[in-house]
Design a protein around this ligand. Structure first.
Ligand SMILES: Nc1ncnc2c1ncn2[C@@H]1O[C@H](COP(=O)(O)OP(=O)(O)OP(=O)(O)O)[C@@H](O)[C@H]1O
Length: 644
C-alpha cells in the first residue's frame, strides 16, 4: 500500500523491526506468504473451475478434464487449509508483537506517568498499542498480498492477451493504489483530529471522575460534564464523517472489479469465443476484488497513524520522553518555594514576558493587590449575606461500618464565626466538613440554615442513608482533603469553569495563597492531579481556588498541609485576613496559635471531647493542652482519647 510504505521514515521502520523481534518478523512473513498463497489458491480455483465448466460444455473426452478436476479439488481444500494456517500465523505474530510492545510502552510510560493525563496514558497503553495489531494484520499483510496477486495475475493474463493484461493492471492499480491513496488523503485529516479530540475527551472524562468532589463543592460539575460531553459530541461527529469517507470509497471500489472484468471480456472476445475468454474475465474480476480491501486498509492506516506516532518515540530503547499531547508545553515544576522561584521566573521569561512583567513589577503592587483582595473579600460578604448554620445532634454512619464516624455533634456557626476542628487522625474531622459542604448526608440529626432545617443539600438530610451525593451546598465550599488538581492550566484550575474573573483577581487569589510568582503563569499547564507540583504548591493552588471567590461559609481541610511551619503560619494569616466576615471552619493538625479562632472543637472518636477558645482549652487538662504547641500531632495520638 502506497500510503503505508511512503510515510514511515526509515528510523521508524528500524525501530519498529527491533521491537517486533526476529521470531515475530519471521512469523509475519510466513503469515503474508500464507495469505498470498490463500488468495492465489482462490484465484486458481476460480480460473480452473471456469476452465473446467467452459471446456466441459464442449464435451471433450473425460480424460482431458481429469487434471482440472483434481486441481479444483486440491485448490478448494488447499484454500481453506491455507486460510486457517494464515490466520494462526498472523495472529500469533500480532499477539507476540503486542506483548513485547505493551511491555516496552508500559516501562516507558511508568517513567513519564506524572507528565501525562491518566486518560492519555490509558489511550497509549490500550488502544494505541492494540491498533498496532491492526496495522500488521489489516494493513501490512493485505498490502504484501496485493503485490503478489498483481504480479501473478497480470503475468498469467499477459501469457494469453497483452491488452487484457494491460486492462487488468489498470484495474488492479486503480483498486489497489489510486483508490487507497485517495481514501487515505480523505481520512488522514479527520484521523488526526479524531486522535486529538479523543485524547482531550479521555483527559476530560478522567478529570470529571477523579475531581468529582471538588467540582461539586465549587458548583462546577455541570460545566465540567458539559465540557466532556462537548468533546464526546465532537468525537462522534468526526467519527461519523470518517465512516462516511470509508463507505463512499468502498462503494466506488465495488464498481472497479466489474468494470475490469467487462473490459477484459471485451478485448479477449474479439479473437472469437474461447474457453480463455471466460477464464481471463472471471480471473480479472476476482483479482481486483482481492486487492479491494486495501481501500479500507488505507482508511484504517490513516486512523492508526496517530497512534503509531504516539508509540513511535517509545520504541527506541534510548528514545526521549514521549511528546506532550497537550497544546501547551508542560511546565517545569512550578515554583513557589524558596530556591525554585528563580528557575521558574527564568522559565516564565523564556515564554514571553509581557504578562510576567506586570506580575513581577514588585512587592508594592502585590501589597496593593493584597489590600484589594481584602476589600474584595469584604465587599463580597456584604453582597452575599452570610447565613447562620447550626448542626444539631448530627450522626454519620458509613455504610458497612458499625461504629458511627460522628455522633451527637452540635455546632453553631453564626455569621463570621471562625471554628477550628482538631483531633487525632480518624476522629471524624473531614467527615464533619463533608456534612457542612453537603457532600455527606447525616444519618441522623439536623442541619439548620438561618433557622430553617436544610432538608438536604438536594432533598433530605435527616434519616437518609449516608453517601456522598456529589452535590455541594451552593453557599459553602473550600479546600477538601485530597482536593483534586486538574490536568489543565493554572487559570482553569482556579476557576473550575466559573466565569467573571479577570487576571488581577486570579493573581490576587494566588498571592493570598502564597503563590505570587504564579500570577504571570496563568496559562501554564499543570500535570494531572498536580503531578508537576510539590505538595506545598499543590496545597496553595487548592487554597487559591477557594480564595478566588470565597463562599459565605468557607471550609478548609488542612489547608496548610505540606507547607513548612513559617509558610503555613503566613498563609493561614493571609487566609484569615482575606476571609474576614466569612464563616470559616478549618480542620488542622497544627496546634499552634489557634487564638484567631472563636472556637476550637476537639473531636475524638467521632464525638466532641472538648470545645472552647484557645486560652481556655490550654488551661484545662485534656487532649488540646496535651498536644498543643506540637506542630504535627503524631500517630501515637490516634484514639488516645486524652481529655474525653
Ligand atoms: N468512605 C468511608 N467509608 C467508611 N469509613 C470511612 C469513610 N471515610 C472515613 N471513614 C472512617 O470514618 C472515621 C472518620 O474519618 P475522617 O476522615 O472524618 O477522620 P479525620 O479526623 O478527618 O482523619 P484524618 O485527620 O486522618 O484526616 C475514620 O474511622 C475513617 O476510617
Amino acid at each position: 500500500m502506497s500510503a503505508s510504505s511512503g510515510t514511515a521514515p526509515s528510523g521508524t521502520r528500524a525501530a519498529g523491526l527491533r521491537i517486533v523481534g526476529g521470531s515475530a518478523v519471521r512469523t509475519l512473513v510466513l503469515a503474508a506468504l500464507l495469505s498470498a498463497a490463500t488468495d492465489l489458491s482462490g484465484l486458481g480455483l476460480l480460473a480452473t473451475a471456469t476452465w473446467l465448466i467452459s471446456r466441459a460444455a464442449q464435451r471433450p473426452p473425460i480424460v482431458a478434464l481429469t487434471v482440472a478436476i483434481v486441481a479444483v479439488r486440491a485448490l478448494a481444500i488447499g484454500k481453506g487449509t491455507l486460510r486457517y494456517l494464515e490466520r494462526l500465523a498472523g495472529h500469533d505474530a500480532a499477539l507476540r508483537v503486542l506483548a513485547r510492545l505493551r511491555t516496552r510502552v508500559y516501562a516507558k510510560l511508568s517513567r513519564d506517568a506524572g507528565r501525562l493525563p491518566r486518560g492519555d496514558l490509558l489511550a497509549r497503553l490500550v488502544s494505541d498499542v492494540d491498533s498496532v495489531q491492526d496495522l500488521l494484520l489489516r494493513c501490512a499483510i493485505p498490502a504484501a498480498v496485493a503485490g503478489v496477486v498483481t504480479v501473478v495475475t497480470v503475468g498469467f493474463t499477459a501469457a494469453f492477451s497483452g491488452p487484457a493484461a494491460l486492462l487488468l493492471a489498470a484495474g488492479l492499480l486503480t483498486a489497489g493504489l489510486a483508490l487507497p491513496a485517495l481514501a487515505f488523503r480523505l481520512a488522514d485529516r479527520a484521523a488526526a483530529r479524531i486522535a486529538e479530540v479523543r485524547g482531550r475527551y479521555l483527559a476530560a472524562s478522567v478529570d470529571v471522575l477523579a475531581g468529582a468532589a471538588d467540582l461539586a463543592v465549587f458548583g462546577a460539575t455541570g460545566s465540567a460534564l458539559a465540557g466532556a460531553a462537548g468533546q464526546a459530541t465532537a468525537l462522534a461527529r468526526l467519527e461519523r464523517r470518517a465512516g462516511a469517507v470509508g463507505a463512499a470509497t468502498g462503494a466506488v471500489g465495488a464498481l472497479i472489479p466489474g468494470a475490469t472484468a467487462i473490459g477484459v471480456f471485451a478485448v479477449t472476445v474479439r479473437g472469437g469465443p474461447s474457453v480463455m475468454v471466460a477464464v481471463l474475465s472471471l480471473l480479472a474480476l476476482a483479482a481486483v476484488e482481492a486487492v479491494l480491501p486495501l481501500t479500507g486498509a488505507a482508511v484504517r492506516y490513516a486512523e492508526l497513524r496517530g497512534a503509531w506516532r504516539r508509540i513511535r518515540p517509545l520504541l527506541a530503547a534510548d528514545s526521549p520522553a514521549p511528546p506532550d499531547p497537550a497544546p501547551a508545553p508542560l511546565p517545569a515544576p512550578l515554583a513557589g518555594d524558596g530556591a525554585d522561584r528563580d528557575g521558574a521566573a527564568r522559565d516564565g521569561a523564556a515564554r514571553g514576558g509581557a504578562d510576567r512583567g506586570g506580575a513581577d513589577e514588585g512587592g508594592a503592587d502585590r501589597g496593593g493587590a493584597d489590600r484589594d483582595g481584602a476589600d474584595v473579600g469584604s465587599r463580597r460578604v456584604a453582597d452575599a449575606p452570610v447565613p447562620a448554620i447550626a448542626a444539631r445532634r448530627i450522626e454519620v454512619r458509613y455504610p458497612g461500618v458499625a461504629v458511627p464516624a460522628l455522633s451527637g455533634i452540635d455546632l453553631d456557626l453564626s455569621p463570621g464565626r471562625r471554628v477550628a476542628v482538631v483531633g487525632p487522625s480518624g476522629a471524624g474531622k473531614s467527615t464533619l466538613l463533608g456534612v457542612l459542604v453537603g457532600q455527606l448526608r447525616p444519618t441522623a440529626g439536623r442541619l439548620l440554615v438561618d433557622g430553617v432545617t436544610l432538608t438536604s443539600p438536594r432533598s433530605g438530610v435527616a434519616d437518609s442513608p449516608t453517601e456522598p451525593d456529589g452535590l455541594g451546598w451552593p453557599r459553602s465550599g473550600g479546600v477538601l482533603a485530597d482536593g483534586y488538581v486538574f490536568h489543565a492550566s493554572v487559570r482553569e484550575n482556579l476557576t473550575l469553569g466559573r466565569t467573571g474573573f479577570d487576571d488581577p483577581a486570579l493573581g490576587r487569589a494566588l498571592t493570598d495563597a502564597g503563590l505570587p510568582d504564579w500570577a504571570g503563569r496563568l496559562d501554564d499547564l499543570i500535570g494531572e492531579d498536580g503531578a508537576t507540583l510539590s505538595g506545598g504548591q499543590r496545597q496553595r493552588l487548592l487554597l487559591a481556588r477557594a480564595l478566588l471567590d470565597p463562599p459565605p461559609v468557607l471550609v478548609l481541610d488542612e489547608p496548610t498541609e505540606g507547607l513548612d511551619p513559617a509558610a503555613a503560619d503566613a498563609v493561614l494569616a493571609d487566609v484569615l485576613r482575606v476571609t474576614a466576615g466569612h464563616t470559616v471552619v478549618m480542620v488542622t493538625h497544627r496546634l499552634v496559635d489557634l487564638r484567631a479562632f472563636d472556637e476550637i472543637v476537639v473531636l475524638v472518636d467521632g464525638r466532641i471531647a472538648q470545645r472552647g477558645g484557645h486560652d481556655a482549652l490550654l488551661a484545662r487538662p485534656g487532649w488540646y493542652s496535651t498536644w498543643t504547641g506540637i506542630r504535627e500531632v503524631p500517630d501515637s495520638a490516634i484514639g488516645s482519647g486524652v481529655g474525653r
